[in-house]
Design a protein around this ligand. Structure first.
Ligand SMILES: [Zn+2]
Ligand SMILES: [Zn+2]
Length: 553
């Protein structure tokens, strides 16, 4: 049975660098779901935001000699623009620097404390007497105990061993090069170990809805049982701890960013005038979470554990829409290889719908996929120009030229009517299950059906020989065009709007066939999609580090 309310959480990109194609592939499914559920008449909340705190940002800020806020704000603004350019329809895209989020995190920590799940623990930590501060693993250099070379506190780059500060020898502060000393420090811990059974039963209840990788990753993690984890971090950039004695610390990002779903959800619901607390606890609410492989455990273990710790009645992540990695021309993508394609670059080079189409049709749902410019161009030219665009343009251009853009009376073949109804049913079922790649494939079957119908009916001949039959065939084609636009709207929203505006299609909130109004007369028909030429496109254009560009100005 389908539920009435849908909560969709898109993963929060970290505001330390531009987003690349891998981020896009992981986040786009969230928007397809949101557009589909709204269209289906479900009360839908789709939220996300930029993750703005934590060490990587403070370290980069130190290096550049700027305030961490400047870096976080720069990328947050860039992400917001990227999402807008790509027609993401978040009900709220916010960031973790907002006051309502800070207030909410404090409130949730007090809840957790009330449920007796926090405790403080004092341990020896590395301290730099010269800088007069505790230094984290990434702020220490020393001698690798394995190979004897100079190594960072978290990893030796020479022998690639993962390290922890307690086994590193001759430890020095990276900044002033003084030897560190051990000094007692007190942190707050969340009793995750006590929540293991609850997370296990949550996993058993919902795992059949998830992709295999999500199931495997979660099982691996749960097998060992959850370990208590510090929720405080020795930093001066982040959210204050709402308990005495932690003035020199901030809330650790792993706990804070996840609470962002609740902060953003509450704020979005407030803007729309309904009660989030009731919405997120309703048995009639299903929640979907879209993210990449590296974020799975965060959503299938940490988030449900936290929700149990805060208040067990909050709806848990039921549908995990996780995806695998995207490689570049069959090679791993990385900054050092220089083969990273940023979202900025895609937007500079392609139409937004074309980008959305490629990353859904080729979404790495079950295994890694490979991005290549040639394949992007080939798919665009075949499916969007030759399939979808061609069906619309050849029908409408003919009507415009020969019949002044007047639409024929509605007169449908049984076969066409059934095919359209079947497309809604099957595509809807696939999207419900988070099977977006299959939904896109099913939609393309419909495009092929429509083009075959056109070719076999030869309306361009009928226009001269049998006008009655011509009108009937054209009526079926127009009916398929308006429904194509409607069916494709979650994936190709820009072109759906274009077609529906041109043909005066009324909006409805029902995932079901729509009709057209034969009194509508349409005017000039724009070319739906332009053919692309791979040799004329340079993807390194727009892939520069935008923060460095800005700072050099
Ligand atoms: Zn120092
Ligand atoms: Zn080493």
């Amino acid at each position: 049975m389908k539920k009435k309310n849908v909560f969709i959480g898109g993963a929060w990109p970290y505001a330390n660098n531009s987003m690349h194609v891998g981020h896009l592939a992981a986040l786009l499914p969230g928007d397809i779901l949101a557009r589909y559920f709204r269209k289906n008449g479900n009360k839908t909340l789709y939220v996300s935001g930029s993750d703005c705190h934590g060490t990587p940002i403070t370290l980069r800020a130190e290096k550049l000699g700027v305030d961490p806020k400047e870096i976080a704000t720069h990328y947050h603004e860039e992400f917001s623009k990227n999402f807008k350019d790509l027609w993401f329809s978040y009900d709220m895209y916010t960031n973790t620097m907002q006051q309502f989020h800070k207030d909410n995190v404090k409130k949730k920590l007090l809840n957790i404390d009330k449920n007796n799940l926090l405790y403080s623990k004092t341990e020896l930590e590395d301290f730099c007497p010269c800088c007069n501060k505790y230094v984290s693993d990434r702020e220490i250099v020393g001698i690798c105990p394995i190979c004897g070379n100079t190594a960072d506190g978290d990893q030796c780059d020479k022998c690639l061993t993962a390290l922890t500060p307690d086994i590193l020898k001759d430890k020095k502060c990276k900044v002033c090069k003084s030897n560190t000393v051990l000094k007692e420090n007190t942190h707050l811990y969340l009793k995750l170990s006590e929540l293991t059974d609850k997370v296990k039963s949550y996993y058993e209840k919902y795992k059949d809805n998830w992709r295999q990788t999500a199931v495997n990753e979660t099982a691996k993690y749960l097998k060992e049982g959850l370990r208590d984890r510090a929720i405080t971090r020795q930093l001066n950039w982040g959210i204050d701890i709402p308990f005495d004695g932690f003035d020199d610390k901030k809330v650790y990002v792993w706990i804070e960013a996840v609470i962002g779903y609740l902060s953003a959800g509450a704020e979005a619901a407030k803007n729309q005038g309904f009660d989030f607390e009731e919405f997120i606890r309703s048995n009639d609410t299903v929640s979907y979470y879209a993210h990449g492989k590296d974020n799975i455990v965060f959503h299938t273990v940490i988030l449900p554990a936290l929700l149990c710790a805060i208040d067990e009645t909050i709806s848990k992540p039921e549908m995990i829409v996780s995806c695998e990695y995207i490689n570049m021309n069959e090679e791993k993508m990385s900054k050092s290889k220089g083969n990273l394609v940023t979202v900025n670059s895609l937007i500079q080079n392609f139409d937004s719908d074309s980008i959305r189409y490629y990353f859904i049709f080729n979404n790495p749902e079950r295994k890694d996929s490979s991005f290549s410019l040639d394949e992007f161009v080939a798919l665009h030219n075949k499916h969007l120009v030759g399939g979808y665009g061609n069906f619309i343009n050849r029908n409408l251009a003919f009507l415009s030229k020969k019949f002044e853009g007047k639409l024929p009376e509605l007169n449908l073949d049984k076969e066409v009517k059934e095919e359209v109804a079947k497309a809604y049913q099957e595509v809807g079922d696939l999207i419900d299950k988070g099977e977006l790649r299959s939904a896109a494939t099913r939609l393309y079957d419909f495009i092929q059906f429509a083009n075959k119908y056109y070719d076999q009916s030869t309306p361009w001949v009928l226009a001269k020989t049998n006008i009655e039959e011509f009108n009937k065939v054209t009526s079926n084609c127009i009916y398929m065009i308006v429904n194509m636009a409607n069916l494709y709207e979650p994936i190709l929203p820009k072109h759906a709007l274009m077609v529906k505006k041109m043909l005066g299609v009324q909006e409805n909130t029902n995932w079901a066939p729509v009709s057209y109004d034969s009194n509508v007369v349409f005017e000039n028909v724009p070319i739906m999609f332009e053919r692309l030429d791979a040799t004329a496109i340079d993807l390194s254009k727009g892939s520069e580090d935008t923060l460095m560009l800005k700072n050099n100005k």
